[in-house]
Design a protein around this ligand. Structure first.
Ligand code: NAD
Ligand code: TYD
Length: 362
């Protein structure tokens, strides 16, 4: 399948902006309409280096605004929706779940309705002419016991946080729209992404930014929780594989096959900071580590079985965590203007106070 007029939702966020860069570089006949509300997590700073402005358009809008979304899909002759827009941070979902229900569930519902109205009811397009691709997470599967097999596409859903539950709901809606209305959908459930432009409330950029300033590196609980780290560019490649060759109605797991405990990620970041900043007064950065009160309901372990996408579509991650982390830390150190623009945000400062100042030491 060759889609050429793509509506990206949430393209001013971390993965969405990387996806836009990736697409404009690798698919020179694709036009992108980027729809983003610009919440605290979205920033036009992430899109400052767009290389092909004639093939790119930004609209500030809410995915919950069904009328606007419908008009945009119609007016821009959109043939594929790649849906990233979401409230995406587990810790925020614990302190304030309402926004997650609204954006992740009702927002996805609104987009599905808009796509159905324009593609199926109005234009009567064939399923092979259009695609609704939904970006989801491994967190819908819950938490793995040590030694338990990795999540596969058939693992039952068992979400534990309000964030994961809202994403699970949206996945169910997407599947139901395929089953009931024959809307051509695909889904990817991916593991923890990392790389350029990630908002520094997530583990890796948070540690880099705090280390730069000599602030404490807050490790939840015992730091032995396991995530399956996926370099964001590998994820973008996987999404395009699924868009082009994936089977309609199916979901594909995407993961990095890198599963070190959090503490090893923090140690690796400290070592890279020592190496890249030999004159830093905060060396060795290891001494900034601080064990703090754990996240409530903290999932212990995620791991993705990616054999389906490897076998059926020939996709494999190109980055191991060593290579990906090196590129990532380097990117943050070389992009001070980006860091300063995020730090200047009032909401960022407020979040740091809200999540960390009252958090006790372990
Ligand atoms: P992000 O928080 O960095 O970006 C989300 C973007 O969505 C922001 O630009 C924000 O402004 C926009 N947005 C939020 N609410 C909106 C609304 N109502 N209307 C329009 N735009 C809105 O998120 P991310 O890390 O880039 O994640 C993208 C997607 O990938 C999400 O669906 C997330 O659940 C999923 N995902 C992320 C990860 C990860 O590690 N980051 C892992 C698995 C799945
Ligand atoms: P995070 O980046 O928030 O992603 P997710 O919760 O979606 O996996 O967190 C990744 C892991 O790092 C998770 O186990 C929680 C842990 N963590 C810390 O130990 N300290 C922190 O300050 C943050 C933000 C996360």
């Amino acid at each position: 399948m060759n889609f050429s007029r793509v509506l990206v939702t949430g393209g001013a966020g971390f993965i969405g902006s990387n996806f836009i860069y990736y697409t404009l570089k690798h698919f020179t006949d694709v036009f992108i309409l980027n729809l983003d509300l610009l919440t605290y997590a979205g920033s036009l700073e992430n899109l400052k280096d767009i290389p092909a402005e004639a093939r790119y358009q930004f609209v500030q809008a809410d995915i919950c605004d069904q009328q606007t979304v419908t008009e945009l899909i119609r007016a821009y002759n959109i043939d594929a929706v790649v849906h990233f827009a979401a409230e995406s941070h587990v810790d925020r979902s614990i302190l304030g779940p309402a926004a997650f229900m609204n954006t992740n569930i009702l927002g996805t519902f609104s987009l599905l309705e808009a796509a159905r109205a324009v593609w199926l009811a109005e234009k009567k397009l064939k399923p092979e002419q259009v695609r609704f691709h939904h970006i989801s997470t491994d967190e819908v599967f819950g938490s793995l016991e040590p030694g338990a097999p990795a999540f596969s596409e058939t693992t039952p859903y068992s979400p534990n946080s309000p964030y994961a539950a809202s994403k699970a709901s949206s996945d169910h809606l997407v599947r139901a729209y395929h089953h009931t209305y024959n809307l051509p959908v695909t889904l990817t459930n991916c593991s923890n992404n990392y790389g350029p432009y990630q908002f520094p409330e997530k583990l890796i950029p948070l540690m880099v930014l705090n280390a730069l300033e000599g602030k404490a590196l807050p490790i939840y609980g015992d730091g032995m929780q396991v995530r399956d780290w996926l370099y964001v560019e590998d994820h973008c490649e996987a999404i395009w594989k699924v868009l082009q060759e994936g089977k309609v109605g199916e979901s594909y797991n995407v993961g990095g096959n890198n599963q070190p405990p959090n503490i090893e990620i923090v140690d690796a970041i400290c070592a890279l900071m020592d190496e890249f900043l030999p004159d830093s007064e905060f060396r060795p950065h290891q001494k900034l580590k601080k064990f703090v009160t754990d996240r409530p309901g903290h999932d212990r372990r995620y791991a993705m079985n990616t054999s389906k996408i490897e076998r059926e579509l020939g996709w494999k991650p190109r980055h191991d965590v060593e290579k990906g982390l090196r590129k990532t830390v380097q990117w943050y150190l070389e992009n001070k203007a980006w860091i300063n623009s995020i730090r200047a945000q009032k909401q960022y400062e407020e979040w740091m106070v809200k999540n960390y100042t009252k958090r006790g030491e372990k």
